[in-house]
Design a protein around this ligand. Sequence first.
Ligand code: SF4
Length: 435
Amino acid sequence: MTDPLLRVSDLQKYYFEQDTLTDRLLGREPKSVKAVDGISFQIQEGETLGLVGESGCGKSTTGETLLSLRDPTGGRVEFDGQDVYELNDLTEFRKRAQVVFQDPFSSLDPRMTAGEIIREPLDVHGVGSRSGRRERVQELMERVGLSAGQIDRYPHEFSGGQRQRIGIARALALEPDFIVLDEPVSALDVSVQAQVLNLLQDLQNEFGLTYLFIAHDLSVVRHISDRVAVMYLGEIVEVGPVDEIFTDPQHPYTQALLESVPRADTSEQERDIHTLSGDVPSPRNPPSGCHFRTRCPNVIPPRDVEIRQTAYREVMDYRERLESDEISLPGVRELAAGPDENPAELDDETLKAELWKELFTHQLEGENRATVAESFDRFVSDDREGAIEVMRKRFESICERQRPVLQNREHPAACHLYDQPEPAPETREMESSAD
Ligand code: SF4
């Protein structure tokens, strides 16, 4: 295989909060938000890598950081063999690596005509004569499906799809090799999306372009990507050839994303959609170990605990709510009290019955049930720490202790369901404390 056009290694982009002068004087440690947390991937020349994940997972920050539009916290980006962050002059890189943004309305200056917007990169880089540039702009407009006669019109005079075509023509002006397409069709109607996707594919074939195609919707990347990388909370959790990602997804998060893609086939539309439990955790305080463990339907129980997967998910949800202070004794009292009852006067048995009713729809048996019952006993006695400890002791999962990594193969998934390297004891400790 030839060298990739783009190689991203362990890229990190953190934002630091609590880093004002007062914070420093008070000795407060800066708190980091790990928008991009050590990701690595590469893109071959002429290839399209789709980068997908829910909103806020770090996809756009990845695109902007690798283009050096944001300063990285760490890691390395090599473009055509050169370390981008070591370059003293980014002029040549800026010509060869371009970006198309999601919202064509806010990304185009409303005071400039379409012609001026497309011409601007040529002006900035001093490419061609004045009349040559106008000609080049007209040529680009026609190439992206606009008419050269629209050159003096303003963005508001174009439809959403046409505005995105202006953005694409601008990105093409300097004849780049690589374009980051940051949700380029998300703001468009479905029928227009298909036209713009076709245009992007035609341009790729004609000019041999290499794309990083960012989207939150897996179905959008399916027809344009050669490979797909799936991101969750700042990390890549799976990467592989597009067909394999769709037909044989490995990571439970990718599987859940695919479940949420609408299907045309009605028999499939009626299938039982596997919804994820819980919200996306805050990147300010991501879960330890596997970041997806607070929502994962396949979270792995300890080897010596026999429990159905669905019931284990409920056990883990209860633990999560306990540990994040999401359930409180006064809250349970309110919930359990009938219309004529005083919440403060409810006895412990009523409170525990309410906890079972609210938190567990699946039957627990034997030791598992006894452990949860003991935890409830402690909780209603106002011993939250004890309630947490009892649960942790029996139910702690490898998924919360060890951070899974991508294995070195063509279609890896960062998940303990697949082979993971055994971490050294000191690394294990470091991981738990860092997370
Ligand atoms: S490591 Fe565990 S929690 Fe994470 S995706 Fe795999 S099974 Fe789920």
